[in-house]
Design a protein. Structure first.
Ligand SMILES: [Zn+2]
Length: 322
């Protein structure tokens, strides 16, 4: 019977357990209920082909589409203290972190990448929503600080991509301290004269939207993204009024001046390249040219004057010889 267990069984198991086929080959669009094949969905950057709804995309898939040829370096982030308050609700915070680490394969909810987008260097700090809802604790704060430092060191623009439910309540006041901390970090990028761009994705809420996410030089949002501080129900119950249709969506915020552009995922890379070309290329306005001409003109006149002086020095000699 050995040949059955040694030869036939492994063959059958190999046929049954094909590892490259995921468990769920189809995904239902949450907006139009269309059944989407995972391969088509991935090819279309997790955007529904039927209704253009932007489904969540993994951090790595997003970074791959942003940088030139998917080439970038991931920065090492500082090891932040895990569970400083020894917090426990239904579960221990230490256990929740361990679960999320096993699920996502990363240390916390932040990935910092740097490389080239078009002709310009760029630093991207992206939230991983799969890691405890992208909530912001000390490790995420450390990640944003690191990204800001790299941007200043490399003289590169900084893009932050929040996908977060807000502050991480398991870290109590320490998570709230990340709000001023990250605010100072992005201010340092601005003080260095570098562009700071926020790409608001679904969802950007709570302490994240109340700090660095609303301080960009330019705010870009993905279509249909939910962006706000408190949830709709909480606000309606507090102010006892019904909120307008589409409240807290990217499009609504664009109409009301909080968001500059709503850009489809397919056009994001092109938009970043255009923005960097505009913002990072040395200023060449007509007045600037005029200033330059003037200064080169004065240099020329200076050199002319020098030449004159030289000839004047030489002239007497010439006179003498003559
Ligand atoms: Zn759809």
């Amino acid at each position: 019977m050995n040949w059955i267990s040694n030869f036939v069984r492994p063959k059958i198991q190999a046929l049954v357990n094909k590892k490259d086929v995921p468990d769920n080959m189809w995904q239902k669009c949450p907006s139009c209920d269309a059944m989407l094949f995972y391969r088509d969905l991935k090819k279309n950057l997790n955007v529904c082909e039927n209704c253009e709804h932007h489904l969540k995309i993994s951090v790595i898939d997003r970074l791959d589409t942003m940088f030139n040829d998917g080439n970038y370096d991931i920065a090492d982030l500082p090891k932040s203290a895990t569970d400083p308050l020894k917090f426990k609700d239904r579960k221990r915070y230490a256990d929740r972190i361990k679960e999320s680490r096993n699920k996502t394969g990363r240390n916390d909810a932040m990935v910092v990448a740097h490389g080239k987008i078009g002709d310009h260097k760029a630093v991207v700090a992206a939230f991983d929503f799969a890691f405890m809802g992208g909530s912001m604790g000390a490790a995420v704060g450390d990640g944003i600080l690191t990204a800001a430092r790299i941007a200043v060191l490399e003289q590169a623009p900084l893009i932050i991509i929040p996908a977060s439910g807000g502050a991480r309540m398991q870290e109590g006041a320490l998570s709230l301290m990340q709000m001023p901390r990250t605010t100072i970090a992005v201010e340092q990028v601005k003080e260095a004269g570098l562009p700071y761009i926020v790409l608001l994705t679904d969802p950007t809420t709570g302490g994240v939207s109340a700090s660095f996410a609303m301080l960009g030089d330019i705010h870009i949002a993905e279509p249909g993204a939910q962006i706000g501080f408190a949830g709709r129900r909480v606000i309606e119950e507090t102010i006892r009024e019904q909120l307008p249709e589409g409240f807290q969506t990217a499009e609504y915020l664009q109409e009301h001046g909080m968001v500059d552009m709503v850009v489809s995922r397919h056009k994001l890379r092109g938009t970043f390249i255009s923005l960097f070309d505009l913002l990072m290329t040395p200023f060449k306005h007509e007045t600037q040219k005029a200033i330059e001409d003037k200064s080169t003109g004065s240099k020329k006149s200076k050199s002319k004057a020098k030449a004159k002086a030289k000839t004047a020095e030489e002239k007497p000699q010439a006179d003498v010889t003559l």
